[in-house]
Design a protein around this ligand. Structure first.
Ligand code: NAD
Length: 482
């Protein structure tokens, strides 16, 4: 796995517009910090309305020729991008460790997923197919063909900047669209490095552009720009809801991948050891800052005590050492704002009578893996997404109660159940209100060609190879009178 022990040194990051580093028009930069100690790592261009307009206009101009590129050109670029990511994997791992506090195994996982998305996108280029359609008019040949739609705004979150940076760009590119990316303010270095990788892979200038800065200040300009045809957004429900309204008003296509409060059910007949391992993986990866994290665990009462004992023991022994040590699972929480949220959720629960079975304390910017029981609906942690290493475990009488409890949430991203009973498993699969559900496996799972996404407040639309072909191309109906 890599790499240097200390943080690398990073040069300041400009926007990436028209195939090159481009200083911000207003000349302003903002500091980007290492979440481990909040020390400044570098500085990044603070985007303005003018920068966004310039990037969109550049992408719009590039679309005029890129839309006519043939599949083998885009396939070659995406294959080359995968080859370069493989070649430079240690550098990408280093950035993920330094810039967003990824433990090295999570950083390596992001690289693997990035490779998978790029390779799958290369395959997509040859699957943009149309239809022949029977016509009622004698001698009329009728068909429908797909075309790319134009400029797509890709807005990414802090927690998986490589996975989402790649995913929200390679599929649009595979289909002949062009992209303006607004990355999280916490991850401008990674996004700029991704732009350089695409350029080295031979992507024509202007096809992929990055404007860094405050989404709060420049996001609306991007979302509502007349030349932006679609917004593909991953982030919080709060911002997602705002983008949903703007896209509705301005007639934009959109996919929204938002927050979650995923349930994981453990029935008494399950293999407890595997259920504990699955639960640990589901909530504590990247210190709980994962959208699919199973922050609600429902355990059948017969095995509740032994599950909680085994789970708390496993949680408290997770590594909190050097981020570059493969045994480290728990790194820092990304920012003071997020730390405050995690602290508030734990203290509110403790104050209202929850039992902190393990954890609840902080080591620097890291929160110990925290297991709560006796959580009630009055507590903030009951319903809200914490986005930290905090999990509530509840006893349930059986499957009926498990399904009702799992569905008692505004979210519906992912879900998991551990059981040996196929009928119970299938009933849960059919009745749980969730975009994704896994039997005898972690709630965290993703592959390029699956319909990825959530229901209820967790999202709108799905990502995936087939899904993105549908969402990011438009139909044209054509007839030829013989
Ligand atoms: P966030 O919503 O704070 O920010 C996400 C992005 O939105 C950032 O790039 C930010 O600059 C931008 N933004 C902010 N205001 C904007 C506006 N008005 N217009 C346009 N863009 C704007 O989210 P975050 O804290 O970076 O990420 C954590 C959240 O993302 C969690 O809720 C998590 O569950 C969710 N998430 C979901 C998925 C998924 O696939 N469902 C994956 C990862 C993260």
């Amino acid at each position: 796995m890599s790499t240097s022990l200390a943080a690398r040194s990073y040069e300041s990051v400009d926007h990436w517009i028209d195939g090159k580093n481009t200083p911000p028009q207003g000349g302003k930069y903002f500091p980007t910090r290492n979440p481990l100690d909040d020390k400044v790592l570098s500085e990044a261009a603070a985007g303005s309305v003018e920068d966004v307009n310039r990037a969109v206009e550049t992408a719009h101009e590039a679309f005029a020729s890129f839309r006519a590129s043939v599949p083998k050109e885009r396939e070659r670029i995406l294959c080359k991008a995968a080859e370069l990511l493989e070649r430079d994997r240690n550098e990408f791992v280093d950035i993920l460790v330094d810039e967003i506090g990824s433990p090295i195994r999570k950083a390596a996982f992001e690289v693997e997923k990035g490779l998978a998305f790029l390779r799958a996108a290369a395959g997509m280029t040859r699957h943009v197919t149309g239809k022949t359609i029977p016509s009622d008019v004698p001698g009329k040949f009728s068909m429908s063909i797909r075309s790319p739609i134009g400029v797509i705004a890709a807005i990414t979150p802090f927690n998986v900047p490589l996975i989402k940076g790649v995913r929200l760009s390679c599929n649009p590119i595979a289909l002949g669209n062009t992209v303006v990316m607004l990355p999280s303010e916490e991850a401008p270095i990674l996004s700029n490095r991704l732009a350089q990788l695409y350029a080295e892979a031979g992507l024509p200038e202007g096809v992929f552009n990055v404007v860094s800065g405050s989404g709060y200040e420049i996001g609306d300009t991007l979302t509502t720009h007349p030349q932006v045809r679609m917004v593909t957004f991953t982030g919080s429900c709060r911002v997602g809801q705002h983008i949903r309204e703007l896209c509705g008003k301005h007639g934009k296509r959109m996919t929204l991948e938002l927050g979650g409060k995923s349930p994981l059910v453990v029935l008494a007949d399950s293999c407890l050891q595997k259920a504990v391992a699955g639960a640990v993986q589901s909530i504590f990866m990247y210190q709980g800052q994962v959208c699919m994290g199973a922050s609600r665990i429902y355990v059948q009462e017969e095995v509740f005590a032994s599950f909680v004992k085994g789970f708390a023991k496993a949680a408290s022994s997770l590594g909190m050492g050097d981020l570059r040590d493969p045994n480290t699972m728990i790194g820092p929480i990304i920012s003071e704002r997020q730390r405050e949220r995690v602290r508030r959720h734990i203290e509110d629960a403790r104050g209202k009578g929850a039992t902190v079975v393990t954890g609840g304390k902080w080591v620097g910017n890291r929160c110990e893996p925290t297991v709560l029981t006796d959580v009630t609906p009055e507590m903030t942690v009951y319903a809200e997404e914490t986005f930290g290493p905090v999990v509530s475990v509840y006893p349930i009488t059986g499957l009926d109660e498990a399904i009702a409890a799992a569905n008692d949430s505004a979210f519906g991203l992912s879900a998991a159940i551990f059981t040996q009973n196929i009928s119970d498993a299938m009933r849960f699969v059919m009745e749980v209100e969730s975009g994704m559900v896994h039997v005898n496996g972690s709630s965290l799972h993703d592959e390029p060609h699956v319909p990825f996404g959530g229901t209820k407040e967790s999202g709108f639309g799905r990502e995936g190879t087939e899904e993105d072909i549908e969402a990011m191309t438009e139909w044209k109906w054509v007839t030829i009178q013989m």
